[in-house]
Ligand binder design. Structure first.
Ligand code: OSB
Ligand code: MG
Length: 380
């Protein structure tokens, strides 16, 4: 394989969510999404998506920092450079360039999509995927009251979702989870995600949540912590799942060594890309730590990457890879992502690349800014 990117095109689109999505640190109504298009010297095209949001309330990165970092620091390292394999991109972006995992991931994942196009193979295949359908969960944002949440959880289980993740924060936790557990019965697959809303001072609340038979509690403590989570995990029966804290395979290893968590939510867009995500997957597999594929309210393009990643063997738990209609009136890919009544999203193994068509007209219509990066434009 030979990859040599001649041009990177950044576009920002604004996609309104069908309903606002609230986590402990903020609410998203209109998703500002950066798309990346890479054009190879051969004329082949790859697409990727940056998962950073408008506000730095999940990680320190935002769509605007990523736009800057890709323009000034990622693109110059990629444009005109020859790669024989997309696995080489990670090291090039790591060498003298700290952090900015979401900016790096957006471009790294785009090169993976390009590699799949150039090899005329599905992305899932070249990543080492082994499954043809992904068990799917739903992530339900913080609701006005417990009754509203119960309605959403019931509807999700009825629709076939194989896991219901409930966003929690102090004051909207115990009563909400209890109400859902009582409504849906002891065996329904429920979990909570706190997005770093608690500290060890909240031990009592967290131990109350421990009594609800949750599959896991995701990222209860600080977004960059691995040590305090170990102190919490030994006080809980419920497995802790780390999300925000796991930005590399090295961090996954630290989590395992310290017993700071027993499950990992892998998001390629948060972890510097697909190569690092496969490395996280592999470390976890070695230690029999189950993983699942997280989501960041992606459009159909980022979703294609997530579906491909989730087809790897150690993704044994349902992922946050809900169908397009859960997020958008109309997606930017064709066909849109759908889920069957048993809660599975098909991996498009019959088509090369991402396995979906890019709706360029719709992207043009939604686009609010664009930037073309070439080697020539970067000189001088
Ligand atoms: O913590 O997993 C999270 C969305 C935005 C930011 C953080 C998170 C989420 C979700 C949504 O939970 C998952 C999805 O894309 O459906
Ligand atoms: Mg999370």
């Amino acid at each position: 394989m030979r990859l040599e990117v001649d041009q990177l095109i950044l576009r920002e689109i604004r996609l309104p969510l069908v309903e606002p999505f609230q986590i402990s640190s903020g609410t998203v109504t209109d998703r500002r999404i950066m798309l990346v298009e890479a054009i190879d010297v051969s004329g082949a095209i790859g697409w990727g998506e940056c998962v950073a949001m408008e506000a730095p309330n999940y990680s320190p990165e935002t769509i605007d920092t990523c736009w800057l970092m890709i323009s000034d620091w990622v693109a110059p390292r990629i444009l005109g450079r020859r790669f024989d394999d997309p696995r080489e991109v990670r090291a090039v972006l790591a060498e003298d360039f700290r952090g900015h995992a979401m900016a790096k991931a957006a471009v790294e994942m785009t090169l993976w999509a390009l590699a799949a196009e150039v090899s005329v193979a599905p992305l899932a295949r070249i990543l080492g995927g082994t499954r043809d359908a992904i068990a799917t969960g739903i992530s339900v944002g913080i609701q006005r009251d417990p009754d509203m949440l119960v309605d959403k959880a019931r509807a999700a289980l009825k629709a076939g979702y194989r896991k219901v993740k409930i966003k929690v924060k102090p004051g909207k936790d115990v009563d909400y989870i209890r109400a859902v557990r009582e409504a849906v019965g002891p065996n329904a697959p429920l979990m909570a995600d706190a997005n770093s809303a608690y500290t060890l001072a909240d031990m009592e609340t967290l131990q109350t949540l421990d009594d609800f038979g949750l599959l896991m509690i995701e990222q209860p403590l600080a977004w960059d912590d691995i040590v305090q989570h170990a102190k919490l995990q030994c006080e809980l029966e419920t497995p802790i799942c780390l999300d925000e804290s796991i930005t590399s395979a090295a961090h996954a290893r630290s989590m395992i060594e310290l017993d700071s968590g027993r499950i990992v939510n892998i998001k390629a867009g948060r972890s510097g890309g697909l190569t690092e995500s496969v490395a996280i997957h592999d470390v976890c597999r070695e230690y029999e730590i189950p993983v699942w594929c997280g989501g960041m309210l992606e459009s159909g393009i980022g979703r294609a990457h997530n579906v491909a990643l989730a087809s790897l063997p150690n993704f044994t738990l349902p992922g946050d890879v809900s169908p397009s209609a859960r997020y958008w009136e109309q997606d930017i890919v064709w066909p849109e992502w759908t889920m069957d009544k048993d809660g599975y999203v098909q991996v498009p193994l019959d088509k090369p690349g991402l396995g979906v068509e890019i709706d360029r007209e719709r992207i043009e219509y939604l686009c609010v800014r664009t930037k073309s990066l070439t080697k020539r434009s970067l000189v001088g």
